[in-house]
Ligand binder design. Sequence first.
Ligand SMILES: NC(=O)c1ccc[n+]([C@@H]2O[C@H](COP(=O)([O-])OP(=O)(O)OC[C@H]3O[C@@H](n4cnc5c(N)ncnc54)[C@H](OP(=O)(O)O)[C@@H]3O)[C@@H](O)[C@H]2O)c1
Length: 333
Amino acid sequence: MNKQFLLASRPTGTPTSENFKLVEVPIPDLKEGEVLVRSLYISVDPYMRGRMNDYKSYVPPYSLNEPIAGGVVGEVIESKSSQFQTGEIVMGMYGWQTHGVVYGKDLQKINSDIAPISTALGVLGMPGLTAYFGLLDIANPQAGETVVVSGAAGAVGMIVGQIAKIKGARVIGIAGSEEKINYLKEELHFDEVINYKTTSDIKADLRNACPNGVDVYFDNVGGSISDAVLLLINQGARIPLCGQISLYNLEKVDIGPRMQPLLLINSALMQGFIVSNYMSRFHEALPQMAQWVAEGKIKYKETIVEGFENMPTAFLGLFSGENIGKQLVRVAD
Ligand SMILES: NC(=O)c1ccc[n+]([C@@H]2O[C@H](COP(=O)([O-])OP(=O)(O)OC[C@H]3O[C@@H](n4cnc5c(N)ncnc54)[C@H](OP(=O)(O)O)[C@@H]3O)[C@@H](O)[C@H]2O)c1
């Protein structure tokens, strides 16, 4: 039998476990070209919140009573595709299910010699590629420049900060717990870190941390944190707009200060992007990321929740900051 989590209802505001329904269904017989995959690690990601709404976006919304789609690393346990053998480790997008019946063309083989297989969902997968292209393609940080990253202890943010350090920039991270702050400072050697949940004056903290202003702001969160950073941008600043997690659960549109004059007077570039825009260039980035990981220039961290039944808990934890680095669910060994 295959266990699946379906979208039971669309959330209003912050999602709850009530929005998901756990069901068991028989595993169908394989058709020609199909592969049966046993899930080992399943990804939960902030973008899934957007797909729970019935809005037009860059990907279609999840359908009610259908499994939640997303990244999975698993083991091939049966194959009717000439490309895949039993026992191979693969990555697919079949989502919150203990087993996936997937066409071979929709799976990628994972080389477990390079790094642990779970990294295909994190530093050597979608979040790592997001950090790589958002930072290097849009912002192109130069040695000596000041780079600020919000959501700095998350899957994308901690990689952004480390790539910026590799490029010789001064890196300031913003995150939401002392454990995260210590990790960024002690383990990843960020130059300054700010806990936005405990500070009484984030603007003053940012002014102190960025005496030469901000050349690059990698925005993972939006809202008032981003408003505070934008007050400090320099002439020619670049602002990759990666995520706006602080806004995803709002029921009404948030109106903050109008920041466009700051972009105007500083001839700054703010550019939204979706990692899939860069799909044709993933092959450039992955060997470089793998090399940095192998050389220890990029460290990564994963927060792993055990057990398929805990998928919703792991997902909801993204919005209360339970994770350091990539949040995964381990479903089987
Ligand atoms: N453009 C793209 O293609 C693309 C691809 C991947 C991800 N993203 C976006 O990038 C961002 C980071 O994604 P990720 O996968 O790396 O997730 P993540 O950072 O690993 O996890 C989410 C983190 O966001 C922080 N957060 C939650 N609510 C917040 C709030 N109200 N204000 C400030 N911080 C909040 C929490 O950390 P704290 O403890 O610090 O609050 C939480 O740990 C998300 O906005 C996501 O949508 C975009």
